[in-house]
Design a protein around this ligand. Structure first.
Ligand code: SF4
Length: 333
């Protein structure tokens, strides 16, 4: 069986011409911004050397900055090292993340030359007023255009979006998820906004210009977008930032280390509530994938409580199902 493995390499804030209100790449990755190229290349080689070649289907992933905006010689040097290791059988392809306005035909030809197969775009929102309030420095049109170029060139486009940006709402977030689907995304990530110290967003929250997302709102709104991606068959790669040391210290916003699990359990609860409607005083039997039972029962049984509140069921029984798909069966007794 094919074993997929990501070999991540962070290129923090490198080349980014912008200052989004929420961004503190140094805090997210815990690394300093700029390094000498030799140091960076040695670190990349060391990481790839230690990876070994037992999983040749691995993917080398450059994350953390606007990869296609970094100085061209540096970008090609990093890609070139990655290609050396593809030749050695350590990995088979490359993934990068970048801003929508840092993709054009010429950049795509460079990416193809170096076997970049997946490009994740920081779409964040397709509402221009949200992009503007977040200091993104590009419009939604740039995302549509970049996605079109990627898809036309056979590169898998991944759409990254955020929940709870300044001026955003559930409606604009659901529209963003729908737009990412329409752009032809094969993959997506959902990032509920987290407020780091030292960012403009932190100051905005302190002076009342911005209200940080509560965990409940972040989970409920992310769940709606998750459903849009799931129904469209877009692979959801991740919900929420990695729970790094620095993330733990972010003082405001949806900073829960297991937010992805909370969102999935909320999605289950929403699907079940929609299927069941009202069943006041009745017993509800839910059959779900065996491996998902802990997700529904976990986190203090919040999802179960939510289902009880929304449906009026007096009792809930959960039984395991050996099915591959993420879809519950429900019986009311
Ligand atoms: S474009 Fe990306 S790296 Fe640059 S400031 Fe915004 S979030 Fe940070």
């Amino acid at each position: 069986m094919k074993q997929h493995r990501n070999l991540p390499f962070f290129v923090p804030h490198a080349g980014c011409p912008n200052c989004c209100v929420f961004c503190s790449q140094v805090k997210i990755t815990g690394e300093k911004c700029e390094k000498a190229l030799e140091t960076e290349l040695s670190e990349l080689k060391a990481m790839l050397d230690s990876a070994g070649s037992e999983y040749p289907e691995s993917q080398i992933a450059f994350f953390g900055g606007s990869f296609t905006a970094i100085e061209r010689a540096r970008m090609e040097a990093l890609l070139s090292v990655a290609n050396e290791y593809i030749e050695k059988g350590v990995a088979e392809s490359i993934r990068i993340s970048t801003r929508p306005d840092c993709i054009n035909e010429e950049i795509i030809s460079v990416l193809k030359k170096y076997r970049v197969s997946n490009v994740e775009l920081g779409v964040q929102s397709t509402d221009d007023s949200v992009l503007n309030a977040s200091g993104r420095g590009h419009t939604a049109k740039a995302s549509f255009e970049a996605a079109r170029l990627l898809v036309e060139n056979g590169i898998v486009f991944g759409g990254q979006m955020m929940i709870g940006l300044p001026g955003s709402s559930l409606e604009s977030e659901m529209k963003t998820a729908e737009d990412i689907v329409c752009m032809g995304a094969g993959e997506a990530r959902i990032y509920p906004t987290v407020v780091f110290e030292g960012t403009k967003l932190y100051d905005m929250a302190k002076n009342g210009e911005y209200v940080p997302l509560s965990l409940d709102d972040a989970v409920a709104r992310s769940a709606k977008c998750f459903e849009i991606f799931r129904k469209a068959g877009v692979k959801l790669l991740r919900i929420g930032l990695h729970a790094s040391e620095n993330l733990k210290n972010a003082p405001m916003g949806a900073n829960h280390p297991a937010i992805g699990e909370l969102v999935k359990s909320r999605v289950y609860a929403d699907i079940i509530c929609e299927k069941v409607g009202e069943c006041r005083g009745k017993r509800l039997c839910i059959a779900i994938r065996r491996e998902d039972i802990s997700m529904l029962r976990g986190h203090g049984g919040k999802a179960i409580e939510l289902i009880k509140d929304a449906t009026g069921a007096s009792e809930i029984e959960i039984t395991p199902l050996d099915i591959p798909q993420f879809c519950p069966e429900v019986k009311i007794l």
